[in-house]
Ligand binder design. Structure first.
Ligand SMILES: *Cc1c(COP(=O)(O)O)cnc(C)c1O
Length: 365
């Protein structure tokens, strides 16, 4: 069976989750009368220490609604240059919100207080208005790095001082929570908006919950409706979320541990390069540039051995631990990655051999 480390979005609902979904009490979400969805929103809002929450079909819509509520056309938002918001949301903030993005250059998705300070514009009639700053906890495309709470709070306070709103893209916030022991409400305290994804490591088929003040959620709901995200008997989906919060939080700790042990197993491999922050949560990124091979070719070679990892960019590989890969799967992945790294390293060191003499008929084989 394939060891699939492509993404934690590949996780499938477990039998227990499917049962919970089948049993869900449902109503009409759009009119606020789906009891299971209401229970999920209340539960996540409570977890994040926020007044209210709204169930969204995706994390992408959580980011977009947060931007639409907290900016006006012509405003500018600030985030890191590796972020999901900047790279893989089809420029929704520009296309729908008329907002420009200032993406701060980072190595692993973490920017500094000083960078944030320099990025916030002095109010002038010639400049876009800096309106919102976003922090991705944990970082997604840059290796599951965990933001330091003190830095997050300093950036949040700076934003508020300068009249900006502060947002957390918490797709994997709970991976940070289990990695550090810091609660979700400590991370989200004082932020204007924050959300968690249900369809990543938590293993649900669909959904995310966006939280903020009561007034924020009223406006976020309006955008959800406009964007076509309002639902009917969404309790079937929300039940999966409640089930995951009851049963899969420990799994996130397991995923983090699995990524850490994969890191430990392959970190010394020839030609693989890791950032010093690697292995903090369930995502492990590394470069294969030292092997003289592209990430796509390295990933393809591993897939030949039924280990699926993801090329993100020319040199970078991303492996994401998730509930469908157990310890044996991780050990298998480590074995294959090590073998492929060794094979490519040998090839890189061997001087190009004289071209073999073409045998008659060789081209037709
Ligand atoms: C997956 C992800 C999103 C988007 O969530 P979807 O539910 O896939 O739309 C946003 N931000 C980060 C950091 C993510 O990993």
């Amino acid at each position: 069976m394939i060891v699939d480390l492509f993404s934690d979005t590949q996780t499938r609902p477990t039998p227990g989750m499917r049962e919970a979904m089948a049993r869900a009490e449902v109503g009409d979400e759009q009119s606020g009368s789906d009891p299971t969805t209401n229970a999920l929103c209340a539960r996540v809002a409570d977890m994040l220490g926020m007044e209210d929450g709204v169930f969204m079909p995706s994390g992408t819509m959580c980011n977009l609604a947060s931007i639409l509520v907290q900016t006006r056309p012509g405003d500018e938002i600030i985030c890191d240059d590796q972020s999901h918001l900047y790279n893989t949301e089809a420029a929704g903030s520009a296309a729908i919100g008329g907002v420009s993005v200032k993406a701060l250059p980072t190595r692993v998705g973490l920017y500094t207080l000083e960078q944030a300070e320099a990025a916030i514009r002095v109010p002038q009639r010639t400049a876009p208005r800096s309106a919102l700053i976003s922090i991705e906890q944990t970082t997604s495309f840059s290796g599951g790095t965990v933001w330091d709470l003190g830095v997050m709070r300093a950036i949040r306070d700076l934003a508020h001082d300068k009249g900006l709103k502060a947002h957390i893209d918490g797709a994997r916030l709970l991976n940070a929570v289990v990695a550090t022991g810091i609660s979700a409400s400590d991370y989200a305290a004082g932020f204007d908006s924050a959300w968690i994804d249900l369809s990543k490591g938590l293993g649900c088929p669909v959904g995310a919950v966006l939280c903020g003040s009561r007034d924020f959620v009223v406006e976020a709901w309006r955008w959800k409706y406009r964007l076509g995200g309002a639902m009917r008997q969404s309790g079937v989906l929300a039940a999966a979320g409640l089930y995951a919060l009851d049963h899969h939080i420990d799994q996130l700790a397991e995923d983090n541990a699995n990524a850490r042990s994969l890191h430990a197993a392959i970190r010394a491999a020839p030609g693989l390069a890791f950032d010093p922050t690697a292995g903090q949560s369930n995502i492990l990124c590394f470069s294969v540039a030292g092997l003289g091979v592209t990430a796509a070719d390295f990933a393809a070679a591993c897939l030949d051995e039924e280990v699926r990892i993801r090329a993100i960019g020319r040199d970078q590989i991303r492996a994401t631990a998730n509930l469908d890969v157990d310890r044996a799967g991780i050990a298998r992945a480590a074995e294959v990655i090590l073998a492929k790294a060794a094979a490519f390293a040998t090839r890189a060191e061997t001087p190009p051999a004289a071209p073999p003499r073409l045998q008659p008929g060789a081209l037709s084989q």
